[in-house]
Ligand binder design. Sequence first.
Ligand SMILES: Cc1ncc(COP(=O)(O)O)c(C=O)c1O
Length: 454
Amino acid sequence: MLTNDQIKKANQHYVLQPWSKQAKRNPKIITDSEGIYFWDENNKKFYDMNAQLVYANLGHKHPKIIEAFNQFKELEISAPGFASESKAKLAQKIVDLAPNNMAKVYFTTAGAEANEQALKMAKAITGGYKIFSRYRSYHGSTLGAGNLTGESRRLGSEPSPPGFVKFDMPYLYREYQNFEDEKALSAQYLTRLERQITSEGPDTIAALVIETIPGSNGVLLPPDGYIKGIEKLCRRYNIMMICDEVMSGFGRSGEWFACDHYDVQPDMITFAKGVTGGYLPLGGVILSKELSTYYDDNVFLSGATYSGHTLVCEIGNVAIESYEDMDLIKHVKQMEIVMNERLEKLRVYKYVGDVRNKGLFGAVELVKNKQTKEPLIEYGTAQGNDKQGYMRAFSQLLLDEGFYTFAHESHVLVTPPLTITAVEINAAMDLFENALVRFEEQFPKMNEGYPAHL
Ligand SMILES: Cc1ncc(COP(=O)(O)O)c(C=O)c1O
């Protein structure tokens, strides 16, 4: 067995780490974990307030999952062309949980791959080639998903294949135009989107892809009527509506899928992360009845060696059973109240511009100045997930307090395992407040350029 020191050295030497310059990386090792906590190589305890990467929805070392792994002594493996109990059961379960126009699942190994497959299906079925997606969204880092992405993490996937078109989305905290209420704001954006659709030529457009609630760009909650309006436009112009629920699906927002909040029936939903509670890699596309029927007589021109892998699907089944045993959707709705209270309290702090949350899908947006709303980090300047300037300092303060999470540009996610209790939310958010206090002490002023050491 390697010592922690050896692990770190080998990791640094041999592993290419995502989204970052390699030379200065010094990743922690998780040496133990339980529930919403993990411990690093120095035995420091952290609240996992990002559920790793918004996937450990069931928490760490969930007993039912551990037990399931222990039972895999005579596991059959079968190629995707075979039927299997675990694959069939899981697909049926996911269809049952999804909006009631859904009928079939195509399994992938991750979220980006699910989006790639959804794009291929939309193009094959409609004959269109353009794909609309939004700025301030993230859809993965493969070539297609990378070019769906509407923020700076797209740059590594550019130049894009032909047909990727971006549109702007409402951003209640940073709206640059006047509006009477949320519905009116939605209407303004939808009118502009309709103009863009007609200008591009509706017949050329295969699909419109949205993160139902954009996650890693700061949990940008859609205003009233917006998602329903997107659905209406898709129907009017015969464009496929694809909801990317890779992050927002499986209970994160307080429903099985975030689109359940908005009374819509997308043509496809993509998922990953929470489906197995993150215990094994699995993603997929859920297809409507109409699309499923199309493939009755048309060849589905896709495949992958591990699509519907037996072991992975088995763990997916156990994970969903665990969601149900624990009544997690109801629990998330209850915890939302506690989380909202704690997030709202943060508004008194000098550098907190906005807080947002739905279910346990929360974010804090930091600003240099509350009056001007000058962002802590200018939008579009992030190099991958490398934290810049003040955000690097704030993230370090959070870590010092034992609050682990993901920060991107000016946003800090608050997305713990869905199993978190009220006591744990309160304890974790106390740590967040401690970090904010120390942040203000460390940087009493912010408008004089970055201190050299940042
Ligand atoms: C909304 C969304 N879509 C797609 C992806 C990509 O998923 P994966 O990293 O599994 O490829 C992510 C990853 O964070 C995501 O948040």
